[in-house]
Design a binder for this molecule. Structure first.
Ligand SMILES: [Mn+2]
Length: 229
């Protein structure tokens, strides 16, 4: 219990797109963040694991999963389904976490919504095969190009990527307004992004497989986007 007191107290921690099983996940940084805070609620906002490829998990990937298991005994841990979370239903029982398609909670008079965001990605839905090829190519590039020069170039130049980021924000804001939510949180695009529409605020929590990586903290309705190198 000595350790607990040194932790920063927050209401909610949101992370997304850790893609555990991918060799590029920033595991140590992610573990550092999970251990730095004391929270009542941890939202794993999708694409936490990379499909069903458990053989690709290294010891750090497993460490993170066992941390989730530990946390689920003392706080609320919610796993929101992402498009790469094929393993969520299997793992959730092991970890003792709840798996949902979207999650709504209320606190301090405000209503919050967490949803991964692939539901609003029109390109992904209309071009399943192209999307898959693009994803595999992108992952390959990330593996061979250690400097991430090419990956960043593609990501920054690609109109599709930018449009997806806007699509997701727009779709998420629309749903949040339908559900009378004040805040909506997504992942999926791997890009930090914030926007606001008629009083509803949208936040994208980025990812853990590229720089910058990061996460979102909420304390007394104050939302902070934290970016790490
Ligand atoms: Mn996704």
């Amino acid at each position: 219990m000595k350790q607990e007191s040194s932790k920063i107290k927050i209401d909610t921690l949101i992370i997304s797109d850790s893609h555990l099983g991918d060799s590029t996940t920033r595991c140590r940084k992610l573990l550092g963040v999970i251990r730095k805070y004391e929270f009542r609620r941890l939202i794993l906002n999708g694409d936490i694991v990379n499909g069903l490829h458990f053989q690709r998990f290294n010891s750090e990937h497993w460490d993170i999963l066992s941390e989730f298991r530990k946390l689920s005994k003392q706080s609320e841990v919610i796993w929101v389904h992402g498009n790469h979370d094929a393993a969520a239903n299997i793992l959730s029982r092991l970890l003792g976490v709840k798996v949902v398609n979207k999650y709504i909670w209320e606190e301090n008079g405000k209503k919050f919504l967490a949803i991964h965001g692939h539901q609003f990605d029109r390109f992904l839905h209309n071009n399943m095969i192209i999307s898959y090829v693009a994803f595999v190519t992108y992952r390959f590039l990330k593996r061979v190009d250690k400097t991430e020069f090419l990956v960043n170039l593609i990501r920054n130049r690609s109109k599709t990527w930018r449009r997806n980021s806007l699509d997701v924000a727009r779709g998420a804001l629309r749903l949040a307004q339908m559900l009378n939510c004040d805040y909506v949180f997504c992942g999926h695009t791997h890009q930090f992004y914030q926007s606001k529409k008629r009083g509803t605020e949208y936040f994208n929590s980025g990812c853990w497989v590229e720089s910058p990586c990061g996460y979102i903290t909420i304390t007394a309705n104050k939302v902070v986007v934290n970016q790490l190198d």
